[in-house]
Design a protein around this ligand. Structure first.
Ligand code: HEM
Length: 410
């Protein structure tokens, strides 16, 4: 029988160097074996670091996303961290048929054709943000573009009134580092989560009274197969769209631009041939890994993965970021190649829970990054790369600030 090594993911990423460059950590995990034992992530279980197992298990119906479907107790306890509590009623932690019911309610708004219609508005917002930033010789790519762009787009889609956007952003920023899940941090973050939930409840109330052409109004009035969302599901859905649609895209744009400015040859190639933007975005998704791992899966029966017995009820964490850097699936996996094709990265997941917002994330990055390159003829890091402030989040990878010295295009 295969033996499994025990690793503590939190410890692996405890130092700033491994957050800045997670490649060596993931390479070591993949070398340790196809199935590892997880020491801490939300209570143990197994870790999958390689592409083959990740891409198989993520689509395998024998693995559930809802822990209640393997007989485990719901996570919804009084001590549950607020962030998790908001996600519990959401589709990410549900299985079919409940999952399908929830996803159907919002799916229409995120089809590639519907999302393409937002292109003009995304361009406008990008231009406004770049206009405001361009006056300075040094910009903060995160604060000036990567953060406000996806936030404004999703806030507009949801129907957050313009006057409330700054408040929303502040409330949202306050919960960003709620990733520790220690009793002290849960207690500390409780009031912030209450304020954010209160904001979302107000938004739902507003759209109930003053419906508009937005997603929250549509959800409030949704009747899909005679089905309505209950209040918890509604708040949870709005939160999921804001959370999933914001953080991740921010990091795709931020990490993507960072990797380009660190590789002048790739940056120049994209300037010379803007049509490469499609493959460049896919490569940024693969290489910069905005999301480290997907929501945990639970074995609904006794199964074997790569010869390792996984008993029913076990939790399995799929390291999509590590899968994306697996040499067995991607030649020269640790090289950023903006022409890479095919590129079967798993950054958006696969199967039932495949990222609903993938077309939107792609659209925003496809517009924002070329607009930045057109606006500035020269871009370079304003601080040494090893001094960039990487966020301490365990699942999401990105910098807090990305200062760039810019020269306007002539
Ligand atoms: C699901 C990544 C942008 C909404 C997912 C999953 C991943 C992911 C890996 C699968 C989770 C799982 O299997 O447990 C990303 C990345 C993004 C991005 C890397 C940007 C670069 C967005 C945007 C939105 C969005 C812009 C919406 C506005 C969702 C939703 C789900 C999801 C609702 C849950 C789908 C389901 O459970 O059926 N995303 N996402 N995401 N994403 Fe994204």
């Amino acid at each position: 029988m295969a033996t499994t090594v025990r690793v503590d993911l939190r410890r692996e990423f405890a130092d700033a160097g491994s957050r800045a460059d997670p490649g060596p950590v993931y390479a070591r995990l993949r070398d340790l074996g196809p199935v590892l034992r997880s020491k801490d992530i939300l209570g143990g279980g197994f870790l999958l670091p390689r592409y083959e197992e990740v891409s198989r298990v993520i689509k395998d119906p024998r693995f559930a996303s809802d822990r209640r479907n393997v007989g485990l107790r719901s996570l919804d306890q009084w001590w549950t961290p607020g962030l998790l509590r908001l996600l519990i009623s959401s589709m990410v932690l549900k299985d079919p048929p409940e999952h399908r019911r929830l996803r159907n309610l919002v799916q229409k708004a995120f089809t590639p054709a519907r999302v393409e219609k937002l292109a003009g508005r995304v361009e406008e917002i990008t231009d406004e943000l770049l206009d405001a930033a361009a006056a300075n010789p040094v910009i903060d790519l995160m604060g000036d573009l990567a953060l406000p762009l996806p936030l404004t787009v999703i806030a507009e889609m949801l129907g957050v009134p313009p006057a409330d956007r700054v408040r929303f952003r502040t409330l949202f920023a306050a919960i960003q580092d709620n990733s520790e899940m220690t009793p002290a941090s849960i207690v500390r973050n409780y009031p912030r989560m209450r304020r954010l939930t209160g904001f979302l409840q107000e938004l739902v109330r507003l759209r109930r009274e003053q419906p508009g052409d937005d997603l929250v109004s549509a959800l409030v009035h949704a009747e899909e197969a005679g089905d309505r969302l209950d209040e918890d599901e509604l708040i949870s859905m709005v939160f999921l769209l804001l959370f999933a649609g914001h953080e991740t895209t921010v990091n795709l744009i931020g990490n993507g631009v960072l990797e380009l400015v660190r590789r002048p040859d790739q940056l120049q190639m994209l300037r010379d041939d803007p049509d490469l933007i499609g493959t460049a975005i896919e490569e940024m998704l693969r290489f910069t890994n905005p999301v480290g791992f997907v929501a945990p899966r639970f074995a609904t029966e006794d199964v074997e993965i790569a010869g390792v017995p996984i008993p029913r009820g076990s939790m399995v964490t799929l390291l999509i970021a590590s899968a994306n850097l697996d040499e067995a699936a991607f030649p020269d996996a640790d090289t950023l190649d903006i022409t890479r094709s095919p590129n079967r990265h798993v950054s958006f997941g696969l199967g039932t829970h495949f990222c609903l917002g993938a077309p939107l994330a792609r659209l925003e990055a496809r517009i924002a990054i070329p607009a930045l390159l057109r606006r500035f003829g020269h871009l370079e890091l304003a601080v040494p790369a090893d001094q960039l402030p990487w966020r301490r989040h365990i699942a999401l990878r990105g910098v807090e600030h990305l200062p760039l010295v810019v020269t306007p295009a002539g």
